[in-house]
Design a protein. Sequence first.
Length: 223
Amino acid sequence: MESYINIDKNMIVNTTIGDAEVVWLDVKRAPFSLHGLHDPMNTPFFCRVPFDVAAATSAGVEALSKESAGGRVRFSTNSPYIAIRAKFRVVGRSSHLTLVSSSGFDLYVDGEFGSRFIKEFRMPYDMVDSYEQIVYLDGESMRSYTINFPVHTVVDSLEIGLKPGSAIDGARPYRDIKPVVFYGSSIVHGTAASRPGTIYPAIISRELNIDFRDIGFSGMAKG
């Protein structure tokens, strides 16, 4: 029987960025700012907790702390489109999670009166360990953006693609307070949210314009 993904053409996801001209930029370089991750400049992949602390806690926390739930990259640009090129060490898949939530990214524009969802970076259904995707924007105004990392996947690297010659700058700042830490199990981790930006710590972060750390581990909250 032919898969409905091939029958309904709306379900087909292009695996490339098409004909758009793109310059690729590593999110570990300025002016990008990374949030919700442990020492992202010096770890081999994006994780949430120091390796020794996670290993000393439990095998479950050690495994789940490598997932990038709550991670974000923020920046400003006037590019008319934003692309991503992501590579994964582990791709999360589960019968009760959307693939966009477990292994995808989503994009928000940040303004004076809060943040607004634009679109998810949707991966092909048969994606194995990497993909590229592009989101076209409305115009070429200088705006601040947040891209949320996947909930249940270990991300090796992430690059942002912009139109050549576009301006790029730092993001609209969070409030000048220390990041808020959310501790818990699957609800905090973000399990079964529809996409990364709808985990509840991310929702609170947007409403209050605060930085945060997601220290949620599905089934492992023993505090």
